[in-house]
Design a protein around this ligand. Structure first.
Ligand code: GUN
Length: 286
């Protein structure tokens, strides 16, 4: 039976560090690290994610401001609001909650956030730095997966990792971070020919496809580390991309949903806000 990885406990350790750094900044330089969240429309999941981020900021002594825009906002108006936040010296981190209304150019919007305030790590410059192995502001979910792996205290070099999902938010940047840790990485996706075969050879499985129960328990190699990034709403609550009970029978370590990657992702976001408030956020700040 697998060891359950407690994401809430790991996240509270990181949030304590964030809170003490925020206190130090406030006392020494009167800076209050500030996150601006831009929420377009009223998608239920997005509203709840933004609320979670606001609450986490409040608990850690960070300031948060939420810019709420109607679903009908034009792309030009949204870009103008982002430009205003880029110029606002009291704002250190900016996130634009995704998804955006249909018809908006996500690439253009994400690229409009100043790279040194891009605490989601979605800007092409920050993604490029991840690929180079000199990350600036780290993409939060991939960083959360790395915190979990590092917490296990097992040697990672040479392990076979299979990432299920090739999104720009998780799968692709995570593949770079795992390569950096010397794992041998395979990224699977909707056109992968035999997903069961790929997963069954993995020492580390990261499920980030956004499809409930896609990764079957019987595919898991005995003793493998299983990290479930999925958050799929069902009438009985959130479930992950991994068939949890069956996978837990075989895995060495497994993350639950909820209570695994999710809380850590929020902690990594707040860590980025503090980091953006203390430097330009780039690896070599001039
Ligand atoms: N929508 C789903 N996940 C995320 C995230 O990590 N950041 C933002 N901005 N939007 C999201």
């Amino acid at each position: 039976m697998a060891v359950l990885v407690d994401g809430r406990k790991l996240s509270s350790t990181i949030l304590e560090e964030v809170a003490s750094k925020a206190t130090e900044l406030r006392e020494k330089s009167s800076v209050v690290p500030t996150l601006a969240a831009v929420l377009v429309g009223e998608d239920g999941a997005s509203v709840s994610y933004v609320r979670q981020k606001e609450k986490a900021c409040e608990r850690a002594g960070l300031r948060s401001v939420t810019v709420r825009l109607p679903e009908s906002v034009t792309e030009g108006e949204l870009l103008a609001r982002i430009d205003g936040l880029n110029r606002d010296r009291s704002v250190h981190g900016i996130i634009v909650q995704l998804p955006l209304p249909r018809g908006m150019d996500v690439e253009r919007v994400v690229s409009a956030v100043a790279p040194d305030k891009d605490v989601d790590g979605f800007h092409p410059l920050n993604l490029g730095l991840v690929m180079r192995g000199t990350p600036g502001l780290m993409p939060c979910t991939p960083a959360a997966v790395c915190v979990i792996l590092d917490s296990l205290g097992i040697p990672l070099a040479g392990l076979r990792a299979v990432i299920v999902g090739r999104s720009l938010i998780v799968g692709r940047p995570l593949s770079c971070l795992l390569l950096q840790r010397d794992l041998t990485v395979t990224v699977c996706h909707t056109r992968t020919r035999d997903l069961a075969d790929e997963v069954s050879r993995a020492d580390v499985v990261v499920a980030a496809a956004g499809r409930a129960g896609l990764v079957r328990g019987e595919w898991i190699k005995p003793g493998a580390v299983v990290i479930d990034v999925g958050t799929n709403p069902t009438p009985s609550g959130l479930i992950g991309d991994v068939e949890f009970a069956a996978a837990a029978e075989r895995a060495g370590y497994i993350t639950p949903v909820p209570g695994g990657v999710g809380p850590l992702t929020v902690a990594m976001l707040l860590k980025n806000v503090v980091s953006a408030s203390t430097s330009c956020g780039m690896p070599r700040c001039p």
